[in-house]
Design a protein around this ligand. Structure first.
Ligand SMILES: *[C@@H]1O[C@H](CO)[C@@H](O)[C@H](O)[C@H]1NC(C)=O
Ligand SMILES: *[C@@H]1O[C@H](CO)[C@@H](O)[C@H](O)[C@H]1NC(C)=O
Ligand SMILES: *[C@@H]1O[C@H](CO)[C@@H](O)[C@H](O)[C@H]1NC(C)=O
Ligand SMILES: *[C@@H]1O[C@H](CO)[C@@H](O)[C@H](O)[C@H]1NC(C)=O
Length: 366
Protein backbone atom coordinates (compact mmCIF):
# COMPACT_ATOMS: atom_id res chain seq x y z
CA UNK A 1 0.00 0.00 0.00
CA UNK A 2 1.44 3.42 -0.89
CA UNK A 3 2.59 5.23 2.25
CA UNK A 4 0.73 8.38 1.24
CA UNK A 5 -2.70 6.68 1.28
CA UNK A 6 -4.16 6.37 4.73
CA UNK A 7 -5.21 2.92 5.84
CA UNK A 8 -8.87 2.10 6.47
CA UNK A 9 -10.33 2.67 9.95
CA UNK A 10 -9.09 0.11 12.52
CA UNK A 11 -7.20 -1.86 9.86
CA UNK A 12 -4.40 -3.09 12.16
CA UNK A 13 -1.91 -5.71 10.96
CA UNK A 14 -1.40 -8.93 12.93
CA UNK A 15 1.88 -7.47 14.24
CA UNK A 16 0.13 -4.33 15.45
CA UNK A 17 -2.56 -6.36 17.18
CA UNK A 18 0.02 -8.53 18.93
CA UNK A 19 2.06 -5.54 20.06
CA UNK A 20 -1.05 -3.73 21.35
CA UNK A 21 -2.04 -6.74 23.43
CA UNK A 22 1.52 -7.23 24.63
CA UNK A 23 1.67 -3.59 25.77
CA UNK A 24 -1.65 -3.93 27.61
CA UNK A 25 -0.96 -7.27 29.28
CA UNK A 26 2.73 -7.12 30.01
CA UNK A 27 3.82 -3.51 30.09
CA UNK A 28 0.91 -1.56 31.49
CA UNK A 29 0.64 -3.41 34.84
CA UNK A 30 4.21 -2.36 35.66
CA UNK A 31 3.63 1.24 34.64
CA UNK A 32 0.47 1.40 36.77
CA UNK A 33 2.15 -0.24 39.77
CA UNK A 34 5.07 2.18 39.54
CA UNK A 35 2.66 5.12 39.20
CA UNK A 36 0.81 4.06 42.32
CA UNK A 37 4.04 3.69 44.32
CA UNK A 38 5.43 7.06 43.31
CA UNK A 39 2.20 9.07 43.13
CA UNK A 40 2.33 10.47 46.68
CA UNK A 41 5.59 12.21 45.66
CA UNK A 42 4.25 13.69 42.44
CA UNK A 43 2.76 17.15 42.76
CA UNK A 44 0.00 16.54 40.18
CA UNK A 45 -1.24 13.41 41.87
CA UNK A 46 -1.25 14.76 45.41
CA UNK A 47 -4.88 15.89 45.14
CA UNK A 48 -6.12 12.71 43.38
CA UNK A 49 -7.49 9.49 44.82
CA UNK A 50 -5.60 6.31 43.92
CA UNK A 51 -8.46 5.34 41.61
CA UNK A 52 -8.04 8.53 39.61
CA UNK A 53 -4.24 8.23 39.58
CA UNK A 54 -4.59 4.80 37.98
CA UNK A 55 -7.35 5.53 35.50
CA UNK A 56 -5.77 8.81 34.35
CA UNK A 57 -2.47 7.01 33.80
CA UNK A 58 -4.26 4.16 32.03
CA UNK A 59 -5.60 6.55 29.38
CA UNK A 60 -2.25 8.32 29.10
CA UNK A 61 -0.51 4.97 28.61
CA UNK A 62 -2.95 4.02 25.84
CA UNK A 63 -2.58 7.24 23.87
CA UNK A 64 1.21 7.44 24.34
CA UNK A 65 2.05 3.83 23.53
CA UNK A 66 -0.52 2.76 20.95
CA UNK A 67 -0.98 4.06 17.43
CA UNK A 68 -4.26 5.48 16.15
CA UNK A 69 -4.92 2.30 14.16
CA UNK A 70 -4.28 0.16 17.24
CA UNK A 71 -6.64 2.30 19.33
CA UNK A 72 -9.32 2.10 16.64
CA UNK A 73 -8.94 -1.65 16.48
CA UNK A 74 -9.20 -2.01 20.29
CA UNK A 75 -12.25 0.27 20.60
CA UNK A 76 -14.32 -0.46 17.49
CA UNK A 77 -16.57 2.29 16.13
CA UNK A 78 -19.08 4.46 18.02
CA UNK A 79 -21.98 2.21 17.18
CA UNK A 80 -20.09 -0.75 18.63
CA UNK A 81 -19.17 1.15 21.82
CA UNK A 82 -22.78 2.25 22.22
CA UNK A 83 -24.23 -1.24 21.75
CA UNK A 84 -21.66 -2.79 24.05
CA UNK A 85 -22.37 -0.17 26.73
CA UNK A 86 -26.17 -0.39 26.53
CA UNK A 87 -25.99 -4.18 26.78
CA UNK A 88 -23.73 -3.94 29.81
CA UNK A 89 -26.23 -1.51 31.41
CA UNK A 90 -29.29 -3.62 30.60
CA UNK A 91 -30.65 -0.89 28.32
CA UNK A 92 -32.00 -1.15 24.80
CA UNK A 93 -29.96 0.47 22.04
CA UNK A 94 -32.51 2.68 20.29
CA UNK A 95 -31.30 4.32 17.10
CA UNK A 96 -32.80 6.51 14.36
CA UNK A 97 -31.34 6.35 10.87
CA UNK A 98 -30.80 9.80 9.39
CA UNK A 99 -28.90 8.75 6.28
CA UNK A 100 -26.88 5.66 5.37
CA UNK A 101 -23.88 6.84 7.42
CA UNK A 102 -25.51 8.87 10.16
CA UNK A 103 -27.52 7.67 13.10
CA UNK A 104 -28.91 9.14 16.27
CA UNK A 105 -28.21 6.85 19.21
CA UNK A 106 -30.57 7.40 22.14
CA UNK A 107 -29.75 6.94 25.81
CA UNK A 108 -33.21 6.11 27.11
CA UNK A 109 -36.31 6.64 25.03
CA UNK A 110 -36.52 9.21 22.22
CA UNK A 111 -38.41 12.39 23.23
CA UNK A 112 -39.39 15.59 21.47
CA UNK A 113 -40.15 17.86 24.45
CA UNK A 114 -36.50 18.30 25.43
CA UNK A 115 -33.32 16.88 23.95
CA UNK A 116 -29.62 17.03 24.72
CA UNK A 117 -27.68 16.40 21.50
CA UNK A 118 -24.21 14.97 22.13
CA UNK A 119 -21.16 15.29 19.86
CA UNK A 120 -18.46 12.99 21.24
CA UNK A 121 -14.71 13.50 21.40
CA UNK A 122 -11.82 11.30 20.25
CA UNK A 123 -9.72 13.58 18.04
CA UNK A 124 -12.06 12.88 15.06
CA UNK A 125 -10.21 9.54 14.78
CA UNK A 126 -11.57 7.60 17.79
CA UNK A 127 -15.10 6.64 18.86
CA UNK A 128 -16.89 7.80 21.99
CA UNK A 129 -15.94 6.18 25.29
CA UNK A 130 -18.14 4.05 27.49
CA UNK A 131 -17.18 6.10 30.58
CA UNK A 132 -18.31 9.24 28.73
CA UNK A 133 -21.66 7.51 28.19
CA UNK A 134 -21.81 6.66 31.90
CA UNK A 135 -21.24 10.33 32.74
CA UNK A 136 -24.20 11.32 30.52
CA UNK A 137 -26.43 8.55 31.86
CA UNK A 138 -25.86 9.91 35.37
CA UNK A 139 -26.43 13.46 34.04
CA UNK A 140 -29.86 12.48 32.70
CA UNK A 141 -30.76 11.00 36.11
CA UNK A 142 -29.51 14.13 37.93
CA UNK A 143 -31.62 16.39 35.70
CA UNK A 144 -34.62 14.17 36.36
CA UNK A 145 -34.04 14.58 40.11
CA UNK A 146 -34.09 18.32 39.52
CA UNK A 147 -37.48 18.07 37.80
CA UNK A 148 -36.27 18.02 34.19
CA UNK A 149 -36.94 14.98 32.00
CA UNK A 150 -34.84 15.06 28.86
CA UNK A 151 -34.09 12.89 25.88
CA UNK A 152 -30.42 12.32 25.04
CA UNK A 153 -29.29 11.70 21.47
CA UNK A 154 -25.76 11.01 20.21
CA UNK A 155 -24.62 11.67 16.64
CA UNK A 156 -22.55 8.72 15.38
CA UNK A 157 -20.53 10.83 12.97
CA UNK A 158 -17.98 9.25 10.66
CA UNK A 159 -14.33 9.20 11.72
CA UNK A 160 -11.04 9.90 9.92
CA UNK A 161 -9.89 8.33 7.63
CA UNK A 162 -13.31 6.99 6.51
CA UNK A 163 -14.46 10.60 6.11
CA UNK A 164 -12.83 13.97 6.72
CA UNK A 165 -14.00 17.54 7.36
CA UNK A 166 -16.64 18.74 6.67
CA UNK A 167 -18.46 15.37 6.81
CA UNK A 168 -18.93 15.37 10.62
CA UNK A 169 -20.30 18.94 10.41
CA UNK A 170 -22.73 17.81 7.71
CA UNK A 171 -23.83 14.92 9.91
CA UNK A 172 -24.24 17.20 12.96
CA UNK A 173 -26.32 19.65 10.89
CA UNK A 174 -28.45 16.76 9.57
CA UNK A 175 -28.98 15.53 13.14
CA UNK A 176 -30.05 18.99 14.32
CA UNK A 177 -32.44 19.34 11.37
CA UNK A 178 -33.79 15.86 12.09
CA UNK A 179 -34.61 16.82 15.69
CA UNK A 180 -36.22 20.09 14.64
CA UNK A 181 -38.31 18.40 11.95
CA UNK A 182 -39.39 15.77 14.52
CA UNK A 183 -40.92 18.62 16.50
CA UNK A 184 -38.19 19.53 19.00
CA UNK A 185 -38.09 23.31 19.41
CA UNK A 186 -34.62 24.92 19.25
CA UNK A 187 -35.24 26.45 22.69
CA UNK A 188 -35.64 22.91 24.04
CA UNK A 189 -32.35 21.66 22.59
CA UNK A 190 -28.99 21.85 24.37
CA UNK A 191 -25.94 20.71 22.43
CA UNK A 192 -23.00 19.25 24.35
CA UNK A 193 -19.57 18.21 23.10
CA UNK A 194 -16.24 17.20 24.61
CA UNK A 195 -12.81 17.66 23.06
CA UNK A 196 -13.17 17.05 19.29
CA UNK A 197 -16.93 16.99 19.91
CA UNK A 198 -16.53 20.47 21.41
CA UNK A 199 -14.72 21.42 18.21
CA UNK A 200 -17.63 20.00 16.20
CA UNK A 201 -20.13 21.93 18.36
CA UNK A 202 -18.19 25.13 17.60
CA UNK A 203 -18.22 24.17 13.89
CA UNK A 204 -21.99 24.01 14.18
CA UNK A 205 -22.14 27.48 15.80
CA UNK A 206 -19.93 28.75 12.96
CA UNK A 207 -22.16 27.12 10.35
CA UNK A 208 -25.28 28.64 11.95
CA UNK A 209 -23.59 32.06 11.79
CA UNK A 210 -21.79 31.66 8.45
CA UNK A 211 -23.52 28.86 6.47
CA UNK A 212 -20.90 26.70 4.77
CA UNK A 213 -21.48 25.68 1.16
CA UNK A 214 -22.35 22.02 0.74
CA UNK A 215 -23.59 21.63 4.32
CA UNK A 216 -27.36 21.47 4.85
CA UNK A 217 -28.57 24.86 6.12
CA UNK A 218 -30.27 24.86 9.54
CA UNK A 219 -33.29 27.14 9.90
CA UNK A 220 -33.85 28.17 13.52
CA UNK A 221 -37.20 29.62 14.65
CA UNK A 222 -35.41 30.67 17.86
CA UNK A 223 -31.86 30.35 19.22
CA UNK A 224 -30.70 26.94 20.46
CA UNK A 225 -31.10 26.97 24.25
CA UNK A 226 -27.44 26.27 24.97
CA UNK A 227 -24.08 24.82 24.00
CA UNK A 228 -21.82 23.16 26.55
CA UNK A 229 -18.18 22.69 25.51
CA UNK A 230 -16.08 20.40 27.72
CA UNK A 231 -12.31 20.78 27.11
CA UNK A 232 -12.94 21.83 23.50
CA UNK A 233 -10.20 21.24 20.91
CA UNK A 234 -10.03 24.73 19.46
CA UNK A 235 -6.77 24.57 17.52
CA UNK A 236 -5.46 21.48 15.74
CA UNK A 237 -2.08 22.90 14.79
CA UNK A 238 -0.77 24.60 17.94
CA UNK A 239 2.74 23.92 19.17
CA UNK A 240 4.52 24.23 22.50
CA UNK A 241 3.15 25.93 25.60
CA UNK A 242 0.72 23.85 27.65
CA UNK A 243 0.92 21.08 25.04
CA UNK A 244 4.48 20.43 26.25
CA UNK A 245 4.32 21.58 29.87
CA UNK A 246 1.15 19.66 30.71
CA UNK A 247 1.90 16.53 28.72
CA UNK A 248 3.04 14.56 31.79
CA UNK A 249 0.03 15.82 33.80
CA UNK A 250 -2.72 15.01 31.35
CA UNK A 251 -4.73 11.98 30.25
CA UNK A 252 -3.82 12.62 26.64
CA UNK A 253 -0.51 13.69 25.14
CA UNK A 254 1.13 16.15 22.76
CA UNK A 255 2.36 13.65 20.17
CA UNK A 256 -1.07 12.08 19.63
CA UNK A 257 -2.83 15.44 19.51
CA UNK A 258 -0.33 16.73 16.94
CA UNK A 259 -0.67 13.59 14.81
CA UNK A 260 -4.47 13.61 14.92
CA UNK A 261 -4.46 17.34 14.14
CA UNK A 262 -2.29 16.73 11.06
CA UNK A 263 -4.55 13.93 9.82
CA UNK A 264 -7.69 15.97 10.32
CA UNK A 265 -6.40 19.22 8.79
CA UNK A 266 -5.03 17.54 5.64
CA UNK A 267 -6.51 19.17 2.55
CA UNK A 268 -8.70 21.75 4.30
CA UNK A 269 -8.53 25.05 2.38
CA UNK A 270 -7.51 28.17 4.34
CA UNK A 271 -10.92 29.72 3.78
CA UNK A 272 -12.50 26.93 5.86
CA UNK A 273 -9.94 26.90 8.68
CA UNK A 274 -12.04 29.17 10.98
CA UNK A 275 -14.70 26.44 11.12
CA UNK A 276 -12.32 23.81 12.45
CA UNK A 277 -9.81 26.04 14.27
CA UNK A 278 -11.95 28.58 16.09
CA UNK A 279 -9.01 30.43 17.65
CA UNK A 280 -7.85 31.30 14.13
CA UNK A 281 -11.20 32.87 13.21
CA UNK A 282 -11.40 36.59 12.40
CA UNK A 283 -12.19 38.83 15.38
CA UNK A 284 -15.83 39.42 14.46
CA UNK A 285 -16.58 35.76 13.59
CA UNK A 286 -18.67 35.03 16.71
CA UNK A 287 -20.11 38.52 17.15
CA UNK A 288 -23.70 37.35 16.48
CA UNK A 289 -23.41 34.16 18.53
CA UNK A 290 -26.25 35.28 20.79
CA UNK A 291 -28.61 34.97 17.80
CA UNK A 292 -27.95 31.24 17.47
CA UNK A 293 -27.58 30.17 21.11
CA UNK A 294 -28.96 31.67 24.31
CA UNK A 295 -26.20 30.41 26.57
CA UNK A 296 -22.75 28.84 26.37
CA UNK A 297 -20.75 27.02 29.02
CA UNK A 298 -17.06 26.26 28.47
CA UNK A 299 -15.01 24.23 30.95
CA UNK A 300 -11.39 23.11 31.09
CA UNK A 301 -8.61 22.13 33.48
CA UNK A 302 -5.29 23.89 33.96
CA UNK A 303 -3.38 20.58 33.79
CA UNK A 304 -4.57 19.91 30.21
CA UNK A 305 -2.37 19.86 27.13
CA UNK A 306 -5.10 21.92 25.44
CA UNK A 307 -5.20 24.48 28.26
CA UNK A 308 -3.63 27.48 26.45
CA UNK A 309 -5.97 27.17 23.46
CA UNK A 310 -9.06 26.67 25.62
CA UNK A 311 -8.27 29.87 27.52
CA UNK A 312 -7.64 31.77 24.30
CA UNK A 313 -10.90 30.58 22.76
CA UNK A 314 -12.98 31.12 25.90
CA UNK A 315 -11.66 34.67 26.35
CA UNK A 316 -12.44 35.55 22.72
CA UNK A 317 -15.83 33.90 22.74
CA UNK A 318 -17.04 35.34 26.05
CA UNK A 319 -16.36 38.84 24.72
CA UNK A 320 -18.95 38.16 22.02
CA UNK A 321 -21.67 36.60 24.15
CA UNK A 322 -23.00 38.01 27.41
CA UNK A 323 -24.28 34.63 28.60
CA UNK A 324 -21.13 32.66 27.85
CA UNK A 325 -19.36 31.39 30.93
CA UNK A 326 -15.91 29.83 31.35
CA UNK A 327 -15.31 27.63 34.41
CA UNK A 328 -11.85 26.32 35.28
CA UNK A 329 -10.91 23.28 37.33
CA UNK A 330 -7.62 23.62 39.15
CA UNK A 331 -5.42 20.55 38.43
CA UNK A 332 -8.18 19.37 36.08
CA UNK A 333 -7.13 17.08 33.21
CA UNK A 334 -8.64 16.73 29.74
CA UNK A 335 -12.36 15.83 29.97
CA UNK A 336 -11.87 15.55 33.72
CA UNK A 337 -15.57 15.02 34.62
CA UNK A 338 -15.67 11.82 32.52
CA UNK A 339 -12.70 10.22 34.29
CA UNK A 340 -14.49 9.87 37.63
CA UNK A 341 -16.73 7.43 35.76
CA UNK A 342 -13.82 5.43 34.36
CA UNK A 343 -12.34 5.28 37.87
CA UNK A 344 -15.62 4.36 39.59
CA UNK A 345 -15.04 7.42 41.79
CA UNK A 346 -17.83 8.39 44.18
CA UNK A 347 -16.50 11.85 45.03
CA UNK A 348 -17.03 13.71 41.77
CA UNK A 349 -14.95 16.64 40.49
CA UNK A 350 -15.93 20.29 41.00
CA UNK A 351 -17.14 20.80 37.41
CA UNK A 352 -19.71 18.01 37.46
CA UNK A 353 -22.40 19.65 39.66
CA UNK A 354 -21.85 22.93 37.78
CA UNK A 355 -22.59 21.18 34.47
CA UNK A 356 -25.73 19.57 35.91
CA UNK A 357 -27.04 22.86 37.32
CA UNK A 358 -26.26 24.70 34.10
CA UNK A 359 -28.13 22.19 31.92
CA UNK A 360 -31.07 22.16 34.37
CA UNK A 361 -31.29 25.97 34.39
CA UNK A 362 -31.27 25.99 30.59
CA UNK A 363 -34.27 23.70 30.32
CA UNK A 364 -36.11 25.40 33.18
CA UNK A 365 -36.18 28.64 31.20
CA UNK A 366 -38.57 27.16 28.64
C1 LIG B 1 4.32 3.58 27.67
O1 LIG B 1 3.87 4.75 28.35
C2 LIG B 1 4.46 4.95 29.61
C3 LIG B 1 3.81 6.20 30.18
O2 LIG B 1 2.54 5.90 30.58
C4 LIG B 1 5.96 5.04 29.53
O3 LIG B 1 6.51 5.19 30.82
C5 LIG B 1 6.49 3.80 28.86
O4 LIG B 1 7.85 3.90 28.70
C6 LIG B 1 5.83 3.55 27.53
N1 LIG B 1 6.25 2.28 27.00
C7 LIG B 1 6.57 2.08 25.72
C8 LIG B 1 6.98 0.69 25.32
O5 LIG B 1 6.53 2.96 24.91
C1 LIG C 1 -17.53 -4.04 26.20
O1 LIG C 1 -18.17 -4.31 27.44
C2 LIG C 1 -17.40 -5.05 28.36
C3 LIG C 1 -18.25 -5.35 29.56
O2 LIG C 1 -19.45 -5.97 29.17
C4 LIG C 1 -16.17 -4.24 28.73
O3 LIG C 1 -15.36 -4.98 29.66
C5 LIG C 1 -15.37 -3.96 27.48
O4 LIG C 1 -14.27 -3.10 27.80
C6 LIG C 1 -16.23 -3.27 26.45
N1 LIG C 1 -15.47 -3.18 25.21
C7 LIG C 1 -15.32 -2.03 24.55
C8 LIG C 1 -14.47 -2.09 23.35
O5 LIG C 1 -15.85 -0.98 24.91
C1 LIG D 1 -22.85 4.77 12.37
O1 LIG D 1 -23.97 4.00 12.02
C2 LIG D 1 -23.88 3.37 10.74
C3 LIG D 1 -25.19 2.71 10.47
O2 LIG D 1 -26.15 3.68 10.19
C4 LIG D 1 -22.74 2.39 10.73
O3 LIG D 1 -22.64 1.78 9.47
C5 LIG D 1 -21.46 3.12 11.06
O4 LIG D 1 -20.42 2.18 11.22
C6 LIG D 1 -21.59 3.92 12.33
N1 LIG D 1 -20.44 4.80 12.41
C7 LIG D 1 -19.75 4.93 13.52
C8 LIG D 1 -18.59 5.87 13.45
O5 LIG D 1 -20.04 4.37 14.56
C1 LIG E 1 2.39 19.87 35.32
O1 LIG E 1 3.50 19.06 35.64
C2 LIG E 1 4.68 19.76 35.94
C3 LIG E 1 5.80 18.78 36.13
O2 LIG E 1 5.38 17.62 36.78
C4 LIG E 1 4.44 20.64 37.15
O3 LIG E 1 5.59 21.40 37.45
C5 LIG E 1 3.27 21.57 36.88
O4 LIG E 1 2.96 22.33 38.03
C6 LIG E 1 2.04 20.80 36.45
N1 LIG E 1 0.97 21.72 36.10
C7 LIG E 1 -0.25 21.62 36.62
C8 LIG E 1 -1.23 22.68 36.16
O5 LIG E 1 -0.64 20.77 37.38
Amino acid sequence: MPASRSRPYADATIGEKVSAITALLFHMPFVLAWTLLTSPFHINNAHKTWRRVLSDKFLYFLTVNLSTIQLQWLNGDSLYVFKNWTKQNGMSALTDDIDENTRLLWIGRPRTDRVILYLHGGGFVLPMTDFGLSFWKRTIAELKDRGVDTGFAIVNYTLVPTAVFPTPLKQAALALNYLISSGVKPENIQIVGDSAGGNLAIQLISHLLHPLNGIPPVKLSAPIRGFYLMSPWTSLSSKGGSLVVNDPNDTTNYRSLAEWGRQVLKGIPDSQRPYIEAIKAPKAWFKDAKKVTDRVLITGGDAECLWDDIVLFADQFCKNHDEAKFVVQKHGVHNDPFFDFLAGETKLGMLTPIIWEWLTDGFKRS
